[in-house]
Every structure is written in structure tokens, then in C-alpha cells.
Write a protein that binds this ligand. Structure first.
Ligand SMILES: [Zn+2]
Length: 217
């Protein structure tokens, strides 16, 4: 079932209602993000309710949990709690995991997804990384840099734990390029990130949160 809606204030409500449907998973494509805001204004929301098996949902939940573990690992080391996992879809094996390393390595590049891709290395089980058979799981909406890497390597699917704390224009870009974008609204990830942002507003605004106005999208 595919539904087209125009909403502004009721996005979270709609997603929560969708999540209540035990066999359906909302796949969200969002309209233009408000400049300077983490929330969409004049939101053009298109979502597809697709059947997701109980086994698939359990696997997705497990991968999100692994990504969240990475986020906590980063936070424990004094870093930003954003984590990511790369999974080989045919075998369901985890290829790599990583987390934001801005603080730990004084890096402008190693966001959660980028660190995960870096940790994957160049090869997997004797061959090149099978990027086109992978899914990237990330605890937070992927920024434009990470979106670029996802598109460059041809990763066909992204599972986003949450975009309450940061809604990247990358989501719309990914969807427009045919990447399957799934937002699961994981409450643990929302809580971990929102608590950290409250405690470290300056650090948060050093990076993507402070660059929304300057991003060329
Ligand atoms: Zn990023």
C-alpha cells in the first residue's frame, strides 16, 4: 500500500502509528528539510507500508542494537554516540562495525558510517567488499558525507535507527537514487543521542548540526 500525504506537525505521530502495525514497516521518504531546522517544514511525506517478516524484523532489531552498542562504546570513550554496522544481506553476516571518532581521533571524516566502512577494509572473505549486497545500519540519519559514501559504493539499503535528533537531507537524496531507506524510530537510540546533545551542545554544533545552513543540497 502506498500513500501520499502532506503533513507538517504530525510526522512522529504517523510513524508511531505505523510502527504499531506488527507486520508492516514504514519506509519513509521525506521532503525538503527546513533550513536551519532538524524538523521538516512543509513536509511532503511519502511512505510505503511493506510487509516485513517477523524474522526480518528481529534481524533488523539485532543490527540496530549492534549499532547502538557502537554508539555507547564511542560515548564511553568521550566521543559522539553514533554507531554503524555493515551487513552482507545474502548471508546476514556482519562485515564491519564502527562508531563516530571525531573526538577520539580528532577527525573530520570518521563519522559512524565512515568509520564502519573504513573498518570493513578492502576485502571480504577473499574478494572485494560486496557493497551492492550490503545494508548499512546507522543509529542516526546519515549526513551528506556519509550519504555520498553510501551512494559511491552502491549500498542498496540503509536502516536508520532514528532521525528525531537530526534529519539529514541525505535521506531524500538516497531515496531519489533508489536506495531503500527504512527508519525504525528506535527509542533507545533517540534517548542516547538526545541526552548527549543536551550535555554537549557545542560539540554537536561543530559538525553536521551546525552545518545544515551551509550544506549544498
Ligand atoms: Zn556522516
Amino acid at each position: 500500500m502506498q500513500v501520499s500525504l502532506h503533513l507538517s506537525q504530525t510526522l512522529s505521530y504517523v510513524l508511531k502509528e505505523c510502527a504499531l502495525l506488527s507486520t508492516c514497516m514504514p519506509v519513509v521518504s521525506l521532503g525538503q528539510q527546513a533550513r536551519g531546522s532538524r524538523k521538516p517544514a512543509n513536509c511532503s511525506l511519502r511512505f510505503v507500508l511493506q510487509h516485513v517478516s517477523a524474522e526480518e524484523k528481529a534481524l533488523q532489531a539485532k543490527w540496530v542494537e549492534l549499532a547502538h552498542d557502537q554508539a555507547l562504546k564511542s560515548e564511553a570513550a568521550g566521543g559522539i554516540p553514533i554507531g554503524s554496522v555493515l551487513v552482507h544481506q545474502p548471508t546476514r553476516k556482519v562485515i564491519a562495525a564502527g562508531h563516530n571518532q571525531r573526538m577520539q581521533k580528532n577527525s573530520n571524516i570518521l563519522h559512524g558510517e565512515m568509520d564502519c566502512f573504513e573498518n570493513a577494509g578492502r576485502t571480504y572473505e577473499g574478494g572485494p567488499i560486496p557493497w551492492r549486497e550490503t545494508v548499512c545500519i546507522t543509529t542516526l540519519s546519515p549526513c551528506l558525507m556519509c550519504t555520498g559514501a553510501i551512494l559511491m559504493y552502491g549500498i542498496p539499503a540503509v536502516i536508520i535507527a532514528e532521525h528525531d535528533n537530526y534529519l539529514s537531507p541525505g535521506e531524500e537524496l538516497l531515496a531519489s537514487k533508489g536506495v531503500k531507506v527504512t527508519v525504525v524510530n528506535n527509542h533507545k537510540c533517540i534517548q542516547t543521542m538526545s541526552s548527549w546533545i543536551k550535555e554537549h551542545p557545542q560539540l554537536w554544533h561543530e559538525d553536521v548540526a551546525g552545518n545544515v545552513n551551509g550544506a549544498r543540497v
